[in-house]
Design a protein around this ligand. Structure first.
Ligand SMILES: Cc1ncc(COP(=O)(O)O)c(C=O)c1O
Length: 380
């Protein structure tokens, strides 16, 4: 994390709310991912923090990208468009997967010229892809266990294991090429068994497809979900990587290309939010601080990402359990109901929250007219 003194200087210079992104940490996270999962090409899930400068740094570090909308696609395409065009028909797949299983027809039409790699999980989507993006390659998204994940995703997406090969054969009959399988074990998955079981399920679908005559699959996309050490209960990434490597090497021959779509893992630890105390009150005997950032803004992850961020003061002092409210008029705008902060903080004092890079400013809104945090990039 950027030194506290530097954070204070940045807040003084730029004002608050402020969102400080440390590119050294982005590079470190990418390097750690590749070091521990050498067989897995990382496609950064842009949705976690769709910032062109973040994309640039990760691109330069060697990353590929998972996008879920045309605006995200365009952010990435800006960087890859000048890459030397390879003869291979699937050149764009080296850098982009469009990994949203449900795509509007118009989106597919726009994607088609790029010969994209897209995910799907149902028959209607096959018909849509055939009609609007016949040049696309397909990856079938499987429904897998999301047990213990902070953000569950399998209730919305994924083909049931029993229908998987039928959907592969249906796409084949439609004249499309299913290149492989994908899954997502749920975001911030601290239950490593989810990955083990999903890889085993994918291997059994590969086998069943082969036994039913389909032999064109050459990739496995193990999705996102790689956990971030928000607290000490999260086991080290290298323990998870060891399990994933063991299963991949046991079940998938070397010629199968392995992809992953880490979002949170790349960006969460790279950003710190700084806010200013703008109000102070005692309500029902409890100390309440009001700050200039809240759940409609940088702390949106409290609602949308089910994530709780700790607040810290730059000043020391005897601590109280207090409530921290955001700046809007909405009573929903609660950053924390029980934060341990010095009770003697004054209006104008600063607070900071670490590890807030993922799914935070990404879903910030302009509600109530309060401006979103200014984003500052350091160590570019
Ligand atoms: C299809 C897909 N891929 C990747 C991700 C990124 O997941 P994470 O941030 O948990 O790594 C998500 C998150 O929702 C997703 O839906």
């Amino acid at each position: 994390m950027v030194k506290l003194k530097v954070l204070q200087q940045l807040a003084k210079h730029h004002g608050t709310p402020l969102f400080v992104v440390d590119h050294d940490i982005l590079r470190k996270n990418y390097a750690e991912f590749r070091k521990h999962l050498p067989r897995v090409q990382a496609y950064y899930a842009v949705k976690a923090f769709a910032d062109p400068q973040v994309v640039k740094t990760l691109f330069e570090a060697g990353s590929s990208f998972d996008v879920a909308s045309m605006p995200e696609f365009k952010i990435v395409h800006e960087f890859i468009k000048d890459m030397p065009h390879k003869e291979r028909q699937d050149w764009i797949w080296d850098k982009i997967i469009y990994a949203h299983p449900i795509k509007a027809g118009k989106t597919l039409q726009e994607l088609n010229p790029y010969k994209p790699l897209v995910t799907y999980d149902n028959s209607e989507e096959i018909r849509k892809i055939k009609k609007y993006a016949p040049n696309a390659g397909l990856a079938l998204r499987l429904k897998v266990l999301n047990t213990g994940a902070m953000v569950e995703l399998s209730s919305k997406f994924g083909a049931a294991p029993g229908e998987a090969v039928d959907l592969i054969l249906e796409a084949d009959r439609a004249g499309l090429v299913v290149e492989g399988l994908s899954f997502h074990v749920g975001s911030q998955t601290t239950n490593f068994e989810n990955f083990v079981q999903a890889i085993n399920l994918a291997a059994s679908i590969f086998e069943e497809a082969k036994s039913r005559g389909y032999t064109k699959m050459n990739l496995l996309d193990i999705g996102g979900g790689f956990p971030v050490p928000y607290d000490k209960s999260v086991k080290p990434f290298k323990e998870l990587a060891k399990k994933i490597n063991a299963e991949l090497n046991r079940l998938f021959p070397k010629e199968i290309q392995i992809l992953a779509e880490p979002g949170r893992f790349m960006v969460a630890t790279a950003a710190t939010a700084i806010s200013t105390i703008i109000g102070k009150a005692v309500r029902d005997g409890k100390l309440c601080y009001y700050i200039d950032d809240g759940v409609y803004h940088t702390f949106s992850g409290i609602l949308f990402d089910h994530c709780q961020y700790r607040l810290n003061a730059f000043k020391n002092g005897p601590k109280d359990i207090c409530t921290v409210f955001g700046p809007t008029c909405d009573a929903l705008d609660v950053v924390s109901m029980s934060e341990e902060l010095p009770g003697n903080l004054k209006l104008g004092d600063l607070l900071y929250s670490k590890n807030i890079g993922a799914y935070s400013v990404a879903s910030s809104t302009p509600f109530n007219g309060f401006p979103p945090a200014k984003i500052v990039h350091v160590n570019k």
